[in-house]
Design a protein around this ligand. Structure first.
Ligand code: UDP
Ligand code: MG
Length: 321
């Protein structure tokens, strides 16, 4: 018998796209089942991330009409990464392989076939990698590419042009479950799992309805999250900066001693105030960055749950498992 596939889709206020997304994913699931690639226990699992609109009632309706659609309702909005994790962890003990993708189907769902093929070839993780960014606006492309570069520079290794569209086997998900961090950045953590890895490239389309839920502000906080949860390099740069400033101040000291010996006038008030400001600013900046890490330690030690599930809708044939 063929293996069971779960497609996990986090949804936050997606009432506009959900019916169409469900139709396309249902079709895809049907195709794969008919060709015998996946078992008839395969499901699409929608995770409602505390939406304020009709998202959950649409999911419940889909589930009533077709048992291949399952749903997980989170207690409140926890963000894309946590919603995805909730879905992955729910699917973990039900599926042999799980594919995660966004509700707007910007990721070409036809890449699913290739991902499943790679899974049967023995891959535990298959990354969907975007081959072109032409359809994005210049601003989005620029910020996204800058994001990858900055991340790599600051020591957070991620797969280039890979969003969260990927296949993971049950074994890889068991691995993921052992990463207990609260500051979740899946794109950085998944490569740490290891195992046999494959890549499938696809073209990313435009969001087919509604606007993106990742405005610049969220993207910046996502980048900050990624860097501070994966690397401590920023602290090293701060130390380096402090060292350089120290060297400069020694040079200035020598310079002023030479000026004084030559009988030039005493340095003025302005330069003193300037250096006070410079040092003050540097100290504040350093403290802020150290504070980021201290804050993370604080959150990690609390060990708060990363998500709470309010309700699970699903229909399973227990015997077939
Ligand atoms: N999403 C979520 N919780 C949030 C924000 C977004 O579950 O707080 C979901 C959203 O429904 C979508 C995915 O995360 O399925 C990606 O969001 P979006 O398409 O807005 O981001 P972009 O494609 O612009 O990066
Ligand atoms: Mg999107």
């Amino acid at each position: 018998m063929s293996d069971t596939l779960y497609i996990v889709v986090p949804c936050y206020n997606e009432e506009a796209v959900l019916p169409e997304t469900a139709r396309r994913l249902g079709e895809k699931l049907g195709e794969l089942t008919a060709s015998g690639k996946i078992s008839d226990q395969s499901r699409v699992l929608f995770v409602n991330d505390g939406s304020g609109d009709a998202t959950w009632s649409i999911i419940a309706g889909l589930h009533r009409a077709d048992p291949r659609f399952s749903g997980v309702d989170l207690s409140r909005n926890r963000g894309h990464q946590n919603a995805m994790l909730a879905g992955l962890m729910t699917a973990r003990d039900r599926a042999d392989m799980v594919i995660s993708m966004d509700a707007d189907l910007q990721d070409d769902i036809n890449a699913v076939d290739a991902m499943v093929d790679k899974y049967y070839e023995g891959c535990d993780i298959v990354y969907g990698v975007r081959s072109a960014r032409e359809k994005d606006t210049f601003f989005k492309r620029f910020t996204a590419e800058g994001f990858y570069r900055l991340m790599a520079f600051l020591g957070a290794e991620t797969v280039f042009n890979h969003a969260d569209y990927r296949l993971m086997s049950r074994r890889a998900l068991e691995g993921l479950a052992q990463f207990r961090e609260v500051n979740l950045f899946l794109r950085g953590i998944v490569p740490m799992i290891g195992y046999i890895t494959g890549y499938v490239s696809y073209e990313r389309g435009e969001r087919f309805a509604w606007e993106s839920k990742y405005p610049l502000k969220k993207m910046l906080s996502f980048a900050m999250e990624g860097i501070t949860s994966l690397s401590t390099k920023p602290i090293r740069y701060i130390t380096l900066l402090g060292f350089l400033v120290f060297l400069v101040s020694i040079a200035m000291l020598i310079y002023s001693v030479v000026r004084w010996a030559n009988g030039a006038t005493v340095l003025g008030w302005a330069s003193v105030i300037c250096s006070v400001w410079a040092i003050g600013g540097l100290i504040l900046l350093s403290l802020g960055i150290i504070g980021e890490y201290v804050g993370k330690i604080y959150l990690e030690t609390k060990g708060r749950p990363r998500f709470l599930i309010r309700e699970v809708l699903e229909e399973r044939d227990e015997e077939a498992l």
